[in-house]
Design a binder for this molecule. Sequence first.
Ligand code: 5GP
Ligand code: ZN
Length: 113
Amino acid sequence: MPCIFCQIASKEISSELLHEDDDLIAFRDINPQAPVHILVLPKKHITSLNEMKDEDFPLLGKMAHVARELATKEGIVERGFRIAVNCGQEGGQTVGHLHMHTLGGRQLKGELG
Ligand code: 5GP
Ligand code: ZN
């Protein structure tokens, strides 16, 4: 079965793309949990944190950097925001392609708020 985020990365499926570079893309979540809800992910298919190889880990730093830059563009960086990476079933991961949620624009509480 084709991976939906790979299809978004290859533009087979459209999204509201906010960032693209050689390694990463970012787009708005289709079902936002906050006024700002952006997903940042590697173009390379990595299923989850559990499948990351040692050489993949710099991607997480790049993802956090892009998340912070987009939070700045969205005007929420001073008020505060959240980045979150769900891993596996009990971690709440529903799409099996590593991604970082970037959430803000309202007061976030427990869980993912
Ligand atoms: P997870 O639950 O795996 O941590 O997060 C997956 C996220 O992907 C969910 O917040 C869901 O709304 C979002 N999502 C699922 N399918 C699509 C899609 O086709 N387009 C976009 N933009 N977001 C999606
Ligand atoms: Zn994928």
